[in-house]
Design a protein around this ligand. Structure first.
Ligand code: NDP
Length: 322
Protein backbone atom coordinates (compact mmCIF):
# COMPACT_ATOMS: atom_id res chain seq x y z
CA UNK A 1 0.00 0.00 0.00
CA UNK A 2 1.45 3.36 -0.93
CA UNK A 3 1.12 6.36 1.34
CA UNK A 4 -1.21 9.03 -0.10
CA UNK A 5 -0.68 12.78 0.11
CA UNK A 6 -2.25 15.78 -1.54
CA UNK A 7 1.08 17.50 -1.96
CA UNK A 8 4.70 16.49 -1.58
CA UNK A 9 7.60 18.95 -1.56
CA UNK A 10 10.98 17.52 -2.60
CA UNK A 11 13.91 19.45 -1.13
CA UNK A 12 14.10 21.76 1.86
CA UNK A 13 16.10 24.87 1.18
CA UNK A 14 14.42 28.30 1.37
CA UNK A 15 12.23 27.40 -1.65
CA UNK A 16 10.97 24.09 -0.25
CA UNK A 17 10.46 25.39 3.27
CA UNK A 18 8.52 28.41 2.03
CA UNK A 19 6.40 26.20 -0.22
CA UNK A 20 5.77 24.00 2.83
CA UNK A 21 4.79 26.99 4.97
CA UNK A 22 2.30 28.32 2.43
CA UNK A 23 0.74 24.96 1.55
CA UNK A 24 0.53 24.10 5.26
CA UNK A 25 -1.25 27.37 6.02
CA UNK A 26 -3.62 26.55 3.16
CA UNK A 27 -4.51 23.33 5.01
CA UNK A 28 -2.89 20.97 2.51
CA UNK A 29 -0.73 19.16 5.11
CA UNK A 30 2.37 19.00 2.89
CA UNK A 31 4.92 16.25 3.29
CA UNK A 32 8.48 17.55 2.77
CA UNK A 33 11.05 14.99 1.72
CA UNK A 34 13.90 17.09 2.92
CA UNK A 35 17.05 15.16 2.31
CA UNK A 36 17.49 15.47 -1.38
CA UNK A 37 19.14 18.73 -2.28
CA UNK A 38 22.45 20.44 -2.47
CA UNK A 39 24.45 17.35 -1.70
CA UNK A 40 24.86 18.56 1.85
CA UNK A 41 22.57 18.29 4.88
CA UNK A 42 18.81 18.94 4.60
CA UNK A 43 18.34 22.68 4.35
CA UNK A 44 20.32 23.15 1.18
CA UNK A 45 23.14 25.52 0.36
CA UNK A 46 22.46 27.80 3.36
CA UNK A 47 23.55 24.99 5.65
CA UNK A 48 27.02 25.53 4.18
CA UNK A 49 27.22 29.25 4.88
CA UNK A 50 27.92 31.20 8.02
CA UNK A 51 26.28 34.59 8.57
CA UNK A 52 23.54 35.73 6.19
CA UNK A 53 23.38 39.50 6.20
CA UNK A 54 21.14 39.99 3.16
CA UNK A 55 17.99 38.09 4.11
CA UNK A 56 15.49 40.82 4.98
CA UNK A 57 14.38 40.95 8.58
CA UNK A 58 17.67 40.14 10.28
CA UNK A 59 19.56 43.40 10.95
CA UNK A 60 22.55 43.81 13.27
CA UNK A 61 24.78 41.13 11.82
CA UNK A 62 22.24 38.89 10.15
CA UNK A 63 21.57 35.27 11.02
CA UNK A 64 23.51 32.07 10.47
CA UNK A 65 22.47 29.89 7.52
CA UNK A 66 21.64 26.82 9.65
CA UNK A 67 19.66 28.98 12.14
CA UNK A 68 17.63 30.56 9.33
CA UNK A 69 16.84 27.14 7.88
CA UNK A 70 15.89 25.76 11.30
CA UNK A 71 13.48 28.68 11.80
CA UNK A 72 11.93 28.27 8.35
CA UNK A 73 11.39 24.57 8.97
CA UNK A 74 9.86 25.17 12.41
CA UNK A 75 7.51 27.81 11.03
CA UNK A 76 6.22 25.34 8.42
CA UNK A 77 5.89 22.57 11.03
CA UNK A 78 3.89 24.93 13.28
CA UNK A 79 1.27 25.13 10.52
CA UNK A 80 1.11 21.37 9.98
CA UNK A 81 3.89 20.50 7.51
CA UNK A 82 5.63 17.16 8.03
CA UNK A 83 9.37 16.92 7.33
CA UNK A 84 11.28 13.70 6.74
CA UNK A 85 15.04 13.81 6.31
CA UNK A 86 15.16 11.23 3.55
CA UNK A 87 16.43 11.20 -0.02
CA UNK A 88 14.00 10.61 -2.86
CA UNK A 89 15.41 7.82 -5.00
CA UNK A 90 12.96 7.68 -7.94
CA UNK A 91 9.90 9.46 -9.30
CA UNK A 92 7.22 8.67 -11.86
CA UNK A 93 5.39 11.73 -13.14
CA UNK A 94 3.94 9.98 -16.21
CA UNK A 95 0.41 9.78 -14.77
CA UNK A 96 -1.76 10.85 -11.83
CA UNK A 97 -1.32 10.36 -8.95
CA UNK A 98 2.43 11.05 -9.13
CA UNK A 99 4.60 8.38 -7.59
CA UNK A 100 7.69 9.05 -5.48
CA UNK A 101 9.95 6.45 -3.96
CA UNK A 102 12.23 6.65 -0.97
CA UNK A 103 14.15 3.42 -1.46
CA UNK A 104 11.39 0.78 -1.50
CA UNK A 105 8.72 2.98 0.08
CA UNK A 106 6.24 4.31 -2.44
CA UNK A 107 4.39 7.56 -1.82
CA UNK A 108 1.76 9.11 -4.05
CA UNK A 109 0.72 12.74 -4.40
CA UNK A 110 -1.74 14.74 -6.47
CA UNK A 111 0.71 17.65 -6.72
CA UNK A 112 4.47 17.93 -6.31
CA UNK A 113 6.73 20.91 -5.72
CA UNK A 114 10.36 20.37 -6.68
CA UNK A 115 12.89 22.48 -4.81
CA UNK A 116 16.01 20.35 -4.97
CA UNK A 117 18.30 23.31 -5.62
CA UNK A 118 21.66 23.45 -7.31
CA UNK A 119 25.08 22.84 -5.92
CA UNK A 120 28.23 24.79 -6.63
CA UNK A 121 30.73 22.91 -8.72
CA UNK A 122 33.77 22.16 -6.57
CA UNK A 123 37.32 21.42 -7.69
CA UNK A 124 37.17 17.86 -6.40
CA UNK A 125 39.97 18.28 -3.85
CA UNK A 126 39.80 15.92 -0.86
CA UNK A 127 37.97 17.45 2.15
CA UNK A 128 36.88 20.48 0.10
CA UNK A 129 33.27 20.53 1.31
CA UNK A 130 34.38 20.88 4.91
CA UNK A 131 36.30 24.06 4.02
CA UNK A 132 33.23 25.88 2.76
CA UNK A 133 32.66 28.99 4.88
CA UNK A 134 36.12 28.45 6.39
CA UNK A 135 37.99 30.68 3.96
CA UNK A 136 36.48 28.90 0.96
CA UNK A 137 33.29 30.35 -0.49
CA UNK A 138 30.93 29.72 -3.35
CA UNK A 139 28.90 32.94 -3.35
CA UNK A 140 30.39 36.44 -3.42
CA UNK A 141 27.06 38.15 -2.76
CA UNK A 142 26.68 36.05 0.38
CA UNK A 143 30.18 36.17 1.84
CA UNK A 144 32.13 39.02 0.17
CA UNK A 145 31.48 41.47 3.00
CA UNK A 146 33.62 39.36 5.33
CA UNK A 147 36.68 40.40 3.30
CA UNK A 148 36.77 44.16 3.76
CA UNK A 149 40.28 45.43 2.89
CA UNK A 150 41.44 41.88 2.33
CA UNK A 151 42.89 39.91 -0.59
CA UNK A 152 40.70 37.37 -2.34
CA UNK A 153 41.15 34.77 -5.04
CA UNK A 154 38.34 34.04 -7.49
CA UNK A 155 38.74 30.80 -9.41
CA UNK A 156 37.11 30.53 -12.86
CA UNK A 157 36.92 32.23 -16.24
CA UNK A 158 33.17 32.38 -16.94
CA UNK A 159 30.58 35.11 -16.42
CA UNK A 160 30.10 34.14 -12.79
CA UNK A 161 33.82 34.56 -12.09
CA UNK A 162 33.80 37.99 -13.78
CA UNK A 163 30.70 39.08 -11.94
CA UNK A 164 31.90 37.82 -8.58
CA UNK A 165 35.39 39.29 -9.05
CA UNK A 166 33.95 42.70 -9.96
CA UNK A 167 31.55 42.57 -7.01
CA UNK A 168 34.28 41.57 -4.56
CA UNK A 169 36.38 44.64 -5.44
CA UNK A 170 33.89 46.62 -3.34
CA UNK A 171 35.58 45.02 -0.37
CA UNK A 172 39.18 44.34 -1.33
CA UNK A 173 41.67 43.25 -3.99
CA UNK A 174 40.89 40.28 -6.18
CA UNK A 175 43.16 37.87 -8.03
CA UNK A 176 41.32 35.92 -10.74
CA UNK A 177 42.94 32.52 -11.17
CA UNK A 178 41.92 30.77 -14.38
CA UNK A 179 43.20 27.57 -15.99
CA UNK A 180 43.45 29.00 -19.53
CA UNK A 181 44.26 32.27 -21.32
CA UNK A 182 40.94 32.30 -23.16
CA UNK A 183 37.77 33.12 -21.28
CA UNK A 184 34.35 31.56 -21.45
CA UNK A 185 32.95 34.84 -20.09
CA UNK A 186 31.07 37.21 -22.39
CA UNK A 187 33.11 40.04 -23.90
CA UNK A 188 31.28 42.77 -21.98
CA UNK A 189 31.69 41.17 -18.58
CA UNK A 190 35.30 40.24 -19.23
CA UNK A 191 36.16 43.76 -20.38
CA UNK A 192 34.44 45.30 -17.39
CA UNK A 193 36.54 43.12 -15.08
CA UNK A 194 39.72 43.79 -17.08
CA UNK A 195 39.23 47.54 -16.69
CA UNK A 196 38.91 47.21 -12.91
CA UNK A 197 42.21 48.28 -11.30
CA UNK A 198 41.53 46.17 -8.20
CA UNK A 199 41.59 42.91 -10.20
CA UNK A 200 44.81 41.09 -11.09
CA UNK A 201 44.99 38.04 -13.34
CA UNK A 202 46.80 34.75 -12.85
CA UNK A 203 46.26 32.68 -15.98
CA UNK A 204 47.08 29.13 -17.06
CA UNK A 205 46.93 27.99 -13.45
CA UNK A 206 45.10 24.87 -12.31
CA UNK A 207 44.51 24.72 -8.54
CA UNK A 208 45.86 21.53 -6.95
CA UNK A 209 45.06 22.01 -3.30
CA UNK A 210 44.12 24.62 -0.70
CA UNK A 211 46.66 26.32 1.52
CA UNK A 212 45.53 26.35 5.14
CA UNK A 213 46.29 28.33 8.27
CA UNK A 214 47.10 26.56 11.55
CA UNK A 215 43.39 26.75 12.47
CA UNK A 216 42.46 24.91 9.26
CA UNK A 217 40.94 27.87 7.39
CA UNK A 218 41.85 28.46 3.75
CA UNK A 219 44.49 31.09 2.93
CA UNK A 220 45.16 30.47 -0.74
CA UNK A 221 45.86 27.72 -3.23
CA UNK A 222 48.72 25.61 -4.44
CA UNK A 223 48.51 25.59 -8.20
CA UNK A 224 50.27 24.20 -11.26
CA UNK A 225 51.01 26.27 -14.36
CA UNK A 226 49.39 24.44 -17.26
CA UNK A 227 52.15 25.59 -19.67
CA UNK A 228 55.34 25.24 -17.62
CA UNK A 229 54.24 22.67 -15.02
CA UNK A 230 55.67 24.87 -12.27
CA UNK A 231 53.89 24.58 -8.91
CA UNK A 232 53.42 27.76 -6.84
CA UNK A 233 51.58 28.92 -3.74
CA UNK A 234 49.11 31.75 -4.38
CA UNK A 235 48.20 33.35 -1.07
CA UNK A 236 45.05 35.26 -0.15
CA UNK A 237 42.73 35.87 2.79
CA UNK A 238 39.93 33.88 1.18
CA UNK A 239 39.09 31.88 -1.95
CA UNK A 240 35.86 32.12 -3.96
CA UNK A 241 35.00 29.30 -6.34
CA UNK A 242 33.15 30.40 -9.48
CA UNK A 243 33.46 27.35 -11.69
CA UNK A 244 29.76 26.79 -12.32
CA UNK A 245 26.74 25.24 -10.68
CA UNK A 246 25.07 21.86 -11.11
CA UNK A 247 21.29 21.70 -10.74
CA UNK A 248 20.03 18.71 -8.77
CA UNK A 249 17.82 17.38 -11.53
CA UNK A 250 19.19 13.89 -12.28
CA UNK A 251 16.09 12.42 -10.67
CA UNK A 252 13.82 14.11 -13.22
CA UNK A 253 15.72 13.36 -16.45
CA UNK A 254 13.38 12.19 -19.20
CA UNK A 255 10.31 13.26 -17.18
CA UNK A 256 10.46 17.05 -17.05
CA UNK A 257 11.58 19.56 -19.68
CA UNK A 258 15.05 20.93 -18.92
CA UNK A 259 17.29 23.60 -20.40
CA UNK A 260 20.54 22.43 -22.03
CA UNK A 261 22.33 23.19 -18.75
CA UNK A 262 20.06 20.82 -16.80
CA UNK A 263 17.90 23.43 -15.03
CA UNK A 264 14.14 22.79 -15.05
CA UNK A 265 12.06 24.82 -17.49
CA UNK A 266 9.14 26.57 -15.78
CA UNK A 267 6.39 29.00 -16.71
CA UNK A 268 4.94 29.58 -20.16
CA UNK A 269 8.00 27.95 -21.78
CA UNK A 270 7.09 24.71 -19.99
CA UNK A 271 3.41 24.93 -20.99
CA UNK A 272 2.18 26.88 -17.95
CA UNK A 273 -0.17 29.89 -18.07
CA UNK A 274 1.01 32.65 -20.41
CA UNK A 275 -0.59 35.56 -18.58
CA UNK A 276 1.85 35.79 -15.66
CA UNK A 277 5.15 34.35 -14.40
CA UNK A 278 4.56 30.97 -12.76
CA UNK A 279 6.19 27.80 -11.50
CA UNK A 280 4.50 25.19 -13.72
CA UNK A 281 6.86 22.55 -15.13
CA UNK A 282 6.20 20.57 -18.32
CA UNK A 283 4.02 18.13 -16.31
CA UNK A 284 0.77 19.61 -15.08
CA UNK A 285 0.60 19.29 -11.29
CA UNK A 286 4.37 19.35 -10.86
CA UNK A 287 5.78 22.74 -9.91
CA UNK A 288 9.37 23.88 -9.39
CA UNK A 289 10.85 26.60 -7.22
CA UNK A 290 14.25 27.93 -6.21
CA UNK A 291 17.65 27.33 -7.74
CA UNK A 292 16.60 24.11 -9.49
CA UNK A 293 14.85 26.35 -12.04
CA UNK A 294 16.85 29.59 -11.61
CA UNK A 295 20.42 29.92 -12.80
CA UNK A 296 20.35 33.72 -12.77
CA UNK A 297 19.61 35.02 -9.28
CA UNK A 298 20.35 32.06 -6.98
CA UNK A 299 19.60 33.94 -3.75
CA UNK A 300 17.85 32.66 -0.63
CA UNK A 301 15.25 35.39 -0.92
CA UNK A 302 14.47 34.67 -4.59
CA UNK A 303 14.26 30.96 -3.79
CA UNK A 304 11.84 31.70 -0.96
CA UNK A 305 9.85 33.95 -3.32
CA UNK A 306 9.45 31.25 -5.96
CA UNK A 307 8.66 28.73 -3.20
CA UNK A 308 5.70 30.94 -2.27
CA UNK A 309 4.69 31.16 -5.94
CA UNK A 310 4.83 27.36 -6.32
CA UNK A 311 2.66 26.87 -3.24
CA UNK A 312 0.03 29.29 -4.55
CA UNK A 313 0.18 27.75 -8.05
CA UNK A 314 -0.20 24.24 -6.60
CA UNK A 315 -3.01 25.24 -4.25
CA UNK A 316 -4.99 26.88 -7.07
CA UNK A 317 -4.31 23.97 -9.39
CA UNK A 318 -5.56 21.49 -6.79
CA UNK A 319 -8.64 23.62 -6.06
CA UNK A 320 -9.49 23.79 -9.77
CA UNK A 321 -9.48 19.96 -9.96
CA UNK A 322 -11.97 19.50 -7.13
P1 NDP B 1 30.73 28.51 -16.86
O1 NDP B 1 30.54 27.06 -17.07
O2 NDP B 1 30.38 29.46 -17.95
O3 NDP B 1 32.26 28.78 -16.49
C1 NDP B 1 32.93 27.99 -15.56
C2 NDP B 1 34.39 28.41 -15.52
O4 NDP B 1 35.05 27.63 -14.54
C3 NDP B 1 35.12 28.20 -16.83
O5 NDP B 1 36.00 29.26 -17.08
C4 NDP B 1 35.90 26.91 -16.56
O6 NDP B 1 37.15 26.86 -17.24
C5 NDP B 1 36.17 26.97 -15.09
N1 NDP B 1 36.25 25.64 -14.52
C6 NDP B 1 35.31 24.64 -14.56
N2 NDP B 1 35.76 23.56 -13.90
C7 NDP B 1 37.00 23.88 -13.43
C8 NDP B 1 37.98 23.17 -12.70
N3 NDP B 1 37.76 21.92 -12.28
N4 NDP B 1 39.15 23.79 -12.41
C9 NDP B 1 39.38 25.06 -12.80
N5 NDP B 1 38.50 25.79 -13.53
C10 NDP B 1 37.31 25.20 -13.83
O7 NDP B 1 29.92 28.83 -15.49
P2 NDP B 1 29.41 30.23 -14.95
O8 NDP B 1 28.85 29.93 -13.61
O9 NDP B 1 30.43 31.26 -15.07
O10 NDP B 1 28.19 30.60 -15.92
C11 NDP B 1 27.08 29.71 -16.09
C12 NDP B 1 26.05 30.35 -17.02
O11 NDP B 1 25.44 31.46 -16.37
C13 NDP B 1 26.68 30.89 -18.30
O12 NDP B 1 25.77 30.69 -19.34
C14 NDP B 1 26.84 32.36 -18.02
O13 NDP B 1 26.84 33.15 -19.19
C15 NDP B 1 25.61 32.64 -17.16
N6 NDP B 1 25.83 33.79 -16.27
C16 NDP B 1 25.41 35.01 -16.71
C17 NDP B 1 25.61 36.12 -15.93
C18 NDP B 1 25.11 37.42 -16.42
O14 NDP B 1 24.80 37.54 -17.58
N7 NDP B 1 24.98 38.42 -15.56
C19 NDP B 1 26.30 36.06 -14.64
C20 NDP B 1 26.75 34.73 -14.30
C21 NDP B 1 26.52 33.66 -15.11
P3 NDP B 1 37.24 26.60 -18.84
O15 NDP B 1 36.76 27.85 -19.46
O16 NDP B 1 38.67 26.30 -19.04
O17 NDP B 1 36.34 25.42 -19.08
Amino acid sequence: MSEKHRIIVIGSGPAGDTAALYTARAGLKPLVLAGFGAGGPPGGQLMLTTEIENFPGFPNGGISGPELMARMRQQAIDFGAEFRDVDVTRVDFSKQPFRIWVDDNELVAEAVIISTGARSRLLGIDGEEKLIARGLHTCATCDGAFYRNKKMIVIGGGDTAMEEASFLTRFGDVNVVHRREEFRASKTMLERAQKNPKITWTLNEQPLEYLKRDNGTVCGIKSRNTKTGEVTDIKSDGVFLAIGHIPNTDLFKGQLKMHDNGYLVTGAAAGGPKEHPNTYTSVEGVFAAGDVQDHTYRQAITAAGTGCMAAIDAERWLAARE
